[in-house]
Design a protein around this ligand. Structure first.
Ligand code: SF4
Length: 619
């Protein structure tokens, strides 16, 4: 019940006693310097506001993937109307800032990424003479976030803490999933319009970055002139960048790049050890001090890097979605949690995830085909999960989850690389548990494997590099042995092979990919061309026809098995999907039959009404 204001009749007038008392209290407080601050403090950084009106004046800062991808993400967002700037790949100085302003006991990627943002703001404000509030007004940081279960869920909080302590209180850190709606708390249109156009632009940039990076890692170890691949790639990146900014075809830009890359001369007779890099997502993806510039170091040591693409990570997230939906579907009716499937069509959700997976794979292969990144098989996430399941529960998440274990085993079983290198950041619980714990058991089971786990703490670079060199020595010997044995098997010399590649541009092209036959690229190529060396053009054509026929027969033989396996997998993996489809079919069937019947009746009626065609009047 609302209390009524008491009004005291004084000299014929009614006096509001409460208001008078309040006025008196305020006057006295003012006299004594005790004025009350009634504005309650709230953490603006928790709910950052970036409005559509600010798009023209506020710059979005992006960083965190590979250099190529950051550069192309900038282009993609610029192309759809944002002001964007890339923060350089984190270095030692970024780590120093991270340690100074971050909480104690964080994992290494947190220090590097958080410190990198603080470093950028400090250096930019000093260079341009801008105050902290001006920096807060002019910049917004855009990054990915998650709810855990590892420290990834704490990144946003870490950013806030470090930024506040560094003097940038109120700085806006926007997470991709944060401002999906059109309106924000202020009622204004949100600055980040997270619509299909936005995500499509990002996807294009990420996939284009992946295939560009893939070409680089495939070609650099074999290039004849050092730096030639990088020059061609720089040119390609610029073309793709300009296409994204100008809203033109990225595919055409990649095709242009392909022509440039095709000119790079490579020596495919070098048996470089192939090193598969796995581990924690950020630590294995970054190209800076966060992993001691590991990829470039390996290349300097003569190795070929087999990296994990960001696309693979997207596929893993879709796999997680499918896996969890299948499990949650069994709880329908009792599960009331935030992510429950209450009022959600399980069939449609699974179908959506399936289509997204298919779409991403198709886009990757299309982009790959344009630039010349052929013969790459994106990982089968179900196969990885099944392979790892015995050793690491598929429901344990955080970091790479079971992927690290599954990838290592598949590397050994399918002879994908000479060596597997696992990168685990200091302080990373999921990755350390896998690299130091489970993988030790796997190496025991597969003693033929060469497995090296390194911890990245930011310091101890020399120790880490020396450890890698020790394992690389074994991998190098393995690659050399594999190649020499193949030469002996085919009765060839390295000179003959080299001469063959020089004379046959098609086989020696950097855009060509030989079928997987061995652990190394040089051995794969040798195995492919051995049958043609020393043959006349006619004999070579006959060999080629025989190879084609053999492959066609093998493919035809494998088809029924593949279909049966796919069917079995679908039935096993998606009982819910089938049950749902059956349920929906039972419901939809009478409606469809009814519609078809009514359409047929209408057609018949129309035909009956139609007059027989008039005889043509003779002229
Ligand atoms: S996976 Fe490890 S390194 Fe990565 S965010 Fe989680 S705890 Fe940190």
């Amino acid at each position: 019940m609302e209390s009524e204001t008491f009004r005291l009749p004084v000299l014929g007038e009614e006096l509001d006693v409460d208001a008078e008392l309040l006025r008196f209290e305020e006057a006295e407080r003012a006299k004594l310097g005790l004025s009350l601050d009634t504005d309650h403090w709230y953490d603006k950084m928790v709910d950052p506001q970036f409005t559509a009106r600010e798009r023209a004046t506020v710059t979005l800062l992006v960083s965190g993937l590979t250099a190529a991808q950051d550069y192309l993400v900038k282009a993609a967002l610029t192309g759809i109307g944002y002001k964007v700037e890339v923060i350089d790949v984190p270095d030692q100085e970024a780590l120093r800032y991270g340690k100074e302003f971050g909480n104690r006991g964080q994992c290494n990627p947190t220090y590097f990424t958080v410190g990198n943002l603080v470093k950028f703001l400090v250096e930019r404000s000093q260079a341009e003479g801008l105050s902290a509030p001006q920096m807060v007004d002019r910049y917004v940081f855009l990054t990915a976030g998650a709810c855990g279960p590892c420290r990834f869920g704490m990144y946003a909080t870490e950013y806030r803490k470090a930024l506040r302590d560094a003097g940038f209180d109120g700085f806006r850190v926007m997470l991709f999933q944060q401002k999906g709606g059109l309106k924000q708390a202020t009622g204004e249109e949100a600055g980040l319009a997270m619509n299909p156009k936005f995500f499509l632009a990002l996807l294009k940039a990420i996939i284009a970055g992946d295939v560009i990076n893939g070409m680089g890692y495939r070609m650099r170890p074999y290039e004849v002139e050092v730096g030639a691949t990088d020059r061609a790639l720089e040119q390609t990146k610029t073309w793709v960048h300009d296409a994204l900014v100008g809203g033109q075809s990225v595919l055409r830009a990649l095709l242009r790049g392909r022509r440039e890359l095709a000119k790079v001369a490579c020596d495919w007779t070098r048996p470089a050890p192939r090193v598969s890099i796995i581990g924690e997502f950020w630590a294995m993806t970054t190209e800076g001090d966060g992993n001691y510039r590991l990829q470039r170091f390996l290349e300097q040591e003569g190795a070929e890097c087999d990296i994990q693409f960001v696309t693979n990570w997207l596929l893993f997230m879709l796999w997680e979605g499918r896996y969890d939906t299948n499990l949650r579907a069994e709880l329908r009716g009792v599960d009331e949690a935030r992510k429950s499937l209450k009022n959600v069509s399980v069939g449609k959700k699974l179908a959506g995830l399936f289509v997204a997976d298919l779409g991403i794979r198709a886009a990757f292969h299309l982009f790959g085909a344009c630039i010349g990144y052929n013969g790459y098989k994106l990982p089968d996430m179900d196969e990885i999960a099944e392979t790892a399941h015995k050793f690491y529960n598929n429901e344990v998440r955080g970091g790479e989850g079971h992927m690290e274990v599954g990838k290592f085993i598949l590397n050994v079983l399918h002879k994908k690389a000479h060596m597997t290198l696992s990168v685990k950041p200091f302080g990373c619980m999921p990755s350390s548990g896998v690299s130091d714990g489970v993988q030790s058991m796997i190496t025991g089971l597969y003693p033929q494997s060469i497995f090296c786990a390194i911890e990245t703490s930011g310091d101890g670079k020399v120790n880490v590099q020396s450890r890698v060199q020790m394992f690389l020595f074994k991998a190098r010997l393995a690659a050399q042995k594999e190649y020499t044995e193949l030469l002996e098997k085919h009765g060839l010399t390295a000179e003959q092979v080299s001469e063959f590649f020089a004379r046959n541009r098609r086989w020696g092209s950097p855009l060509h990919r030989a079928p997987h036959a061995a652990q190394g690229t040089a051995a794969d190529r040798l195995e492919e061309v051995a049958a043609y060396i020393g043959k006349s053009p006619l004999q070579a054509r006959l060999v080629e026809a025989r190879v084609m026929a053999r492959r066609t027969i093998e493919a035809a033989r494998a088809l029924p098995g593949w279909l049966a396996r796919t069917r079995k997998k679908l039935v096993e993996k998606s009982p819910v999907l089938f049950a749902q489809a059956r349920e929906e079919w039972v419901e939809a069937r009478p409606i469809i039959v009814e519609k078809m019947k009514s359409r047929a009746e209408k057609t018949v009626a129309r035909l009956r009404r139609r007059e027989p065609p008039q005889a043509q009047a003779s002229v």
